[in-house]
Design a protein around this ligand. Structure first.
Ligand SMILES: NC(=O)c1ccc[n+]([C@@H]2O[C@H](COP(=O)([O-])OP(=O)(O)OC[C@H]3O[C@@H](n4cnc5c(N)ncnc54)[C@H](OP(=O)(O)O)[C@@H]3O)[C@@H](O)[C@H]2O)c1
Ligand SMILES: *[C@@H]1O[C@H](CO)[C@@H](O)[C@H](O)[C@H]1NC(C)=O
Ligand SMILES: *[C@@H]1O[C@H](CO)[C@@H](O)[C@H](O)[C@H]1NC(C)=O
Length: 343
């Protein structure tokens, strides 16, 4: 390759990096303005009985996940906080217990950067013999530098998307057995409005050259994959007439630790914005709990929610071809026949 050509390629890569970065911040600003214009309203609902309900919340010890675990536990749901750090979870559990001593919340170890960990988590959960009515796929990472998991996959791809898909498929039989027609079991995937800046072709399990890796694009495309997999599986669930629903949502622009990996050059602006304008995790959690407990959306399935309303996701998420390709790639990576296969 001549020097001119390699310089041209370097410029192209630089341009792509800047463009992925810019797109993410633009959609972020758009989301924030939209939120400031239309206040969050969680429709009031008369709850059905929550007696005997069991929930798993991934990343349930901090941020939005913590507030979701807390809300559900205070409403008498038996909550499993699935996360990497026992210490963090124990602190979270102690805080919830201080509010109400009779809550049922417990920790189960889950590291989404490992498929082996996902499998042992599921074994441990099934070992309790409890049913499973609510699965909240909430854990996530954002803008981490290029790294590969022990399974050789890019971290955003595996943690935000593939391991959750695997977790869901391994728990599906249990959920099918736990839902009833008037009380479906619910899968809720936390996605993001930033999926709009990604394309189905950006979804990559790993990168051969690190220079082509953009953390901005990796985050956005993992969230796009979450939406597409929600659509794919909800169709399969509907076709089976199963008593399980699956929905996803954008929780809002929320002040949490998720922004820890943001570049130092914009961090100070972000820090000011976070404190002044971002939603707090409690508000965001309310819109997740709405999907888990409200009779208003009890049997609704296969939708993307923003601010408690069904919303359009990016057009490519509805493409049958793109959905098929993603399902095929994911099944190959997991060594399973179909996303509906449950063991
Ligand atoms: N904040 C926002 O503005 C915003 C906007 C749109 C969507 N979201 C989505 O909302 C969800 C929750 O994020 P958040 O804002 O609440 O951020 P957060 O406070 O950083 O929470 C992320 C959670 O994921 C867990 N996690 C990360 N890697 C993990 C792994 N390998 N295995 C198991 N758990 C892991 C973290 O646990 P550790 O403590 O162990 O790291 C943490 O509990 C994410 O899916 C995020 O993409 C957030
Ligand atoms: C989202 O929900 C579907 C169920 O429709 C599930 O198969 C999938 O694993 C979930 N995806 C993620 C990444 O959370
Ligand atoms: C849905 O629940 C009802 C009542 O428990 C049960 O009879 C039915 O078989 C369930 N549907 C499926 C597909 O499992």
């Amino acid at each position: 390759m001549s020097e001119g050509e390699s310089l041209q390629i370097s410029f192209q890569i630089l341009f792509l990096h800047i463009w992925s970065c810019l797109k993410l911040y633009l959609i972020g600003v758009y989301a924030l303005l939209k939120e400031l214009a239309e206040k969050t309203v969680v429709p009031a609902f008369e709850e059905l009985s929550t007696d005997g309900l069991v929930a798993i919340v991934t990343g349930g010890a901090s941020g939005i996940g913590y507030q979701v675990s807390r809300k559900l536990a205070l409403k008498n749901v038996h909550v499993f906080i699935a996360g990497r750090s026992k210490q963090e979870a124990d602190e979270a559990i102690a805080k919830i217990r201080a509010e109400l001593s009779t809550v049922r919340v417990q920790f189960l170890h889950l590291d989404l950067a490992s498929l082996t960990s996902v499998r042992s988590f599921v074994e441990n959960f099934l070992h309790t013999g409890l049913p499973l009515h609510i699965l909240i796929n909430n854990a996530g990472v954002m803008l981490v530098p290029y790294s590969e998991t022990e399974d050789g996959l890019e971290t955003h791809f595996q943690v935000n998307y593939l391991s959750h898909l695997y977790l869901t498929s391994l728990l599906l039989n249990k959920m099918k057995a736990s839902g009833t027609p008037d009380r479906c079991a619910h899968i809720i995937n936390v996605s993001s409005i930033v999926h709009w800046v990604a394309d189905a072709t950006d979804i990559k399990p790993s990168h051969t050259s690190i220079s082509s890796y953009s953390p901005h694009s990796a985050y956005a495309s993992s969230k796009l994959a979450v939406i597409m997999s929600t659509y794919i599986l909800s169709q399969l669930l509907k076709a089976d007439n199963s008593n399980v629903t699956a929905n996803c949502l954008h929780p809002g622009v929320v002040n949490t630790n998720l922004y820890d990996n943001i570049h130092w050059s914009v961090r100070w602006v972000m820090d000011i914005m976070r404190h002044l304008f971002f939603k707090d995790a409690i508000e965001a959690a309310n819109s997740v709990v709405f999907l888990a407990l409200s009779p208003l959306v009890e049997s609704h399935t296969g939708a993307y929610y923003d601010n408690c309303k069904v919303s359009q996701s990016k057009h490519c998420t509805y493409s049958k071809t793109c959905q098929y390709n993603l399902a095929k790639m994911s099944c190959e990576l997991l060594g399973i026949q179909s996303l509906n296969q449950t063991s």
